[in-house]
Design a protein around this ligand. Structure first.
Ligand SMILES: [Zn+2]
Length: 490
């Protein structure tokens, strides 16, 4: 352990404090119980030595952590929130099995990879199990130059130490996480972000894994995803009219709600926002989705895996056999599931997402899976096509749109004086963007007879650009970049 004057100062203060504590709180009570005062010198002597003994004990047990635990426990009763973070030995919950570590392909991490050690796997399993048991979301590991790494668990910026390991083992654990998250294991001077998955009793938990270079080497931050509630329709970016349309479609006892978007366009977020609007006390909802987000209350979720018996089509068939009133399928991508789901949509409400940039592309995909345009038209309650747009950070700067964009703005009746482009500041990590929003094109079965393409999405995007919420370039990137599929589609 490296020496600094603070290491000396703290035990002295602790000594002083411990003595004060005993005299102040224990002394009078002891006196009363004893009924006389002639033992007082002995008592003071005891007090004198209680301090250093306590300090030594605390020194041996990484006293700083212990002090924090004591303070947290002392105030635990008063501040309920703090109490939750206190790692008092919890009774092992029933039905909590061992944690299984998965690699980026979803396979179990075994000893086959010579870069990982069994003690690193063991440590990671144990600390993640502890995190799950305590229902905390965050974990930080930061090896210090003194060769010690205190692992802290917490939530919303409140941390408590849960374990202490040597820096070498910490390095092995961090390497293991990097391998699990498919990050570059050699890179340690640059920040990296990835995702790791673990399984416990069949249920998956997902963490974002973030590594950053620090003075002591490399720091690891794990954040369990899926503790945030689903976004409201409003927060998704739906207008009041659109929300009314969605509620109308959701109230239908049977039929189809389709959400089409290219990959990574936020269709899963919309999917969950729609499901969250359903009254699960009145309706049984089963979903098949591979989601990193928390389960919605009252909704039964089946997570597809790679095994034959829990593939997406198998789970879809199984879900239909349970005859729920609402069936949700996130990323419908095969003919078998499409057929099963559309047959079921006669009697239940089917909500599904599909990777397709336009409604026309979605129809063609469904046709290739054996669902005809007529059948879709007969079942369709609502089609939502969407794009995700990055919002400009407050550091945005004024910009003049290109002549053809100005022309479009004039025709559409949009102002151009608020049009902005990304700049960059510390808040947005010099990217110029902060947060996301989405644009939507909603239509009913009548929309299947038109070639809507992405014209309405572009209109909505440029409307946001005219208000300075997004940049013109962002609309072109997110909406117009894949327009080729639409214009050449037929
Ligand atoms: Zn900024």
């Amino acid at each position: 352990m490296s020496y600094t004057w603070i290491w000396l100062l703290i035990p002295i203060m602790l000594w002083f404090y411990s003595g004060l504590f005993l005299v102040r709180f224990l002394g009078p009570g002891f006196d009363e119980w004893r009924g006389s005062k002639y033992l007082k010198p002995y008592w003071n002597l005891l007090t004198l030595f209680a301090g250093p003994v306590m300090a030594l004990v605390m020194w041996g047990y990484q006293f700083l952590d212990l002090i924090w635990l004591l303070i947290a426990k002392l105030f635990g009763g008063i501040f309920g929130k703090l109490k939750k973070v206190v790692p008092s030995a919890p009774p092992p919950k029933s039905g909590t099995g061992p944690v299984r570590l998965l690699d980026s392909r979803g396979d179990a991490v075994t000893g086959d990879d010579p870069r990982t050690t069994s003690r690193a796997r063991d440590t990671l399993r144990k600390i993640l199990a502890e995190l799950l048991d305590k229902n905390l979301t965050d974990l930080v590991m930061e090896p210090k130059p003194n060769g010690i790494c205190v692992i802290q668990a917490g939530q919303k910026g409140k941390w408590v130490p849960i374990r202490e390991i040597d820096a070498k083992l910490a390095g092995e654990v961090i390497l293991l996480v990097k391998i699990m998250a498919a990050l570059n294991p050699q890179e340690s001077g640059r920040a990296q972000v990835g995702k790791i998955t673990i399984r416990r009793d069949g249920a998956a938990s997902y963490f974002t894994a973030e590594t950053t270079a620090t003075f002591g080497g490399e720091k690891l931050l794990l954040h369990r995803k899926g503790t945030e509630p689903p976004m409201s329709l409003d927060a998704c970016g739906f207008s009041a009219d659109a929300r009314k349309t969605i509620h109308g479609a959701l109230s239908a006892p049977a039929g189809v709600i389709l959400i089409a978007a290219p990959p990574d366009s936020g269709s899963s977020t919309t999917f969950r926002a729609l499901l969250a609007e359903i009254d699960t006390k009145m309706r049984d909802v089963i979903t098949v989705e591979d989601s990193a987000d928390a389960m919605l209350p009252g909704i039964v979720r089946r997570e597809p895996g790679k095994a034959q018996n829990n593939s997406f089509p198998m789970l879809t068939t199984a879900a239909v056999q349970e005859s729920p009133t609402v069936l949700g399928l996130d990323r419908l991508a095969d003919a078998g599931s499409a057929r099963t789901a559309f047959d079921a949509a006669r009697e239940m409400l089917l909500i599904f997402t599909i990777d397709a940039p336009t409604l026309e592309d979605a129809v063609q995909k469904l046709e290739s899976w054996g669902v005809s345009r007529q059948e879709l038209a007969a079942r369709l309650r609502l089609a939502i096509v969407q794009r995700r747009l990055r919002k400009l950070c407050k550091c945005r700067r004024k910009a003049t749109p290109a002549p053809e964009i100005q022309e479009y703005f004039n025709e559409a009746g949009f102002r151009t004086d608020k049009v902005c482009a990304p700049a960059g500041c510390r808040n947005c990590g010099e990217t110029g963007f902060l947060g996301v929003t989405a644009v939507f094109d909603l239509c009913g079965p009548e929309g299947l007879n038109e070639t809507r393409g992405n014209t309405y999405l572009a209109y909505e995007g440029f409307r946001l650009a005219s208000e300075g919420i997004v940049s013109v370039d962002e609309v072109e990137r997110a909406v117009l970049a894949d327009s080729t599929t639409n214009t050449q589609g037929e």
